[in-house]
Design a protein around this ligand. Structure first.
Ligand code: AKB
Length: 313
């Protein structure tokens, strides 16, 4: 394995927390520097870093002789709709700062895209790798623009930048925050506390989702694939399973029959309605061997037992 010196931005977030642990397990804690704009609860090889400050990003990358940046700092879909200008500034300028520093220093970049690149004109089922991307959110617009910047930096400057269009990510270690798919994490916490849950999406809203261990394993697999295997330099479709709040609640109830829930859709319904229900990720599977390990039922069982539920079945 090649020596890696990794910097992660936005390391305190849902994906950042889990990716930091997995990368440290693989490459060693000393070789994976977590950064964020706020201190985490527990600090291990951590530095404060504001990705809006290009000089600070450059200084850290140079001082640490970084080989790879996982640039995760961003606004998600729901928080982006509430603060559109700030979301655009952070999501675009943060990425451009990282890409510029990568161009100057020769380091590699991982940057997360999202199913939010798709909008009303994309197919709802088997949504292809290449189709119309006319997103309905600021977050989605920033992801489409970001994907094109990534490809530009690869094609014009030779930066080895790779990306994935994540679906909703479900994890028990870190809370989700600011997304439209967050209900699929929140619902578990309510269920294990014995509380009723009010879902902010309609009961039948089907969205693509993935269990975090698969998301992390897939991300590392993409980053370890030989450059010659990477045919997509915007971002890869990336998929595991899809479900609705109704299907998720019913599966939780198979383990916790007392669990009750309600649906009271809010502004996030419009966002969810604009996204595909199911993603065709054949390109990722054939280019770099992507294959999810977890199916929907496995994820529900693991989430409940990891969160300490008393499982009745
Ligand atoms: C969100 O809901 O905003 C994210 C995403 C699908 O990118 N989880």
């Amino acid at each position: 394995m090649q020596k890696q010196q990794i910097i992660i931005t936005g390391a305190n977030g849902q994906l950042g927390t889990e990716l930091t642990s997995a990368l440290r397990a693989r490459y060693g804690t000393a070789n994976v520097i977590a950064t964020d704009i706020r201190h985490p609860a527990v600090e291990t090889n951590f530095q404060l870093l504001d990705v809006m400050d290009r000089d600070a990003v450059r200084s850290l990358v140079t001082a640490e002789e970084a080989t790879t940046i996982y640039h995760l700092a961003a606004f998600l879909s729901a928080s982006g709709e509430q603060r559109p200008q700030q979301a655009w500034d952070l999501n675009m300028q943060g990425l451009l700062n990282v890409l510029e520093v990568a161009r100057e220093t020769g380091c590699r970049v991982f940057w997360p895209s999202s199913i939010a690149v798709f909008g009303a004109y994309a197919p709802k089922t088997n949504c292809p790798q290449n189709t119309v991307t006319q997103p309905s959110t600021v977050y989605g617009i920033s992801k489409v623009a970001g994907e094109n910047w990534c490809r530009y930096y690869h094609d014009v400057y030779g930066v080895d930048v790779r990306s994935i269009r994540y679906p909703g990510l479900i994890s028990h270690t870190a809370m989700a925050g600011g997304g439209t798919t967050d209900y699929a994490v929140d619902i578990f916490h309510h269920a294990i506390r014995g509380e009723a849950y009010t879902c902010f999406l309609d009961a039948d809203t089907i969205l693509p989702m993935m269990y975090m261990p698969d998301a992390v394993a897939g991300t590392i697999r993409l980053m370890e694939a030989p450059s010659t295997a990477i045919s997509i330099r915007t971002a890869y479709n990336f998929s595991a399973f899809s479900f609705s709040p109704k299907q998720l609640a019913a599966t939780i109830q198979e383990h916790l029959p007392e669990f009750s829930w309600y649906s009271r859709p809010d502004f996030r319904q419009r966002i969810a309605d604009s996204w595909p229900q199911q993603i065709d990720d054949r390109q990722a599977r054939s280019d770099w061997g992507w294959k999810p390990r977890y199916q929907f039922e496995d994820m529900v069982g693991e989430m409940l037992s990891a969160l300490g539920a008393h499982i009745t079945t």
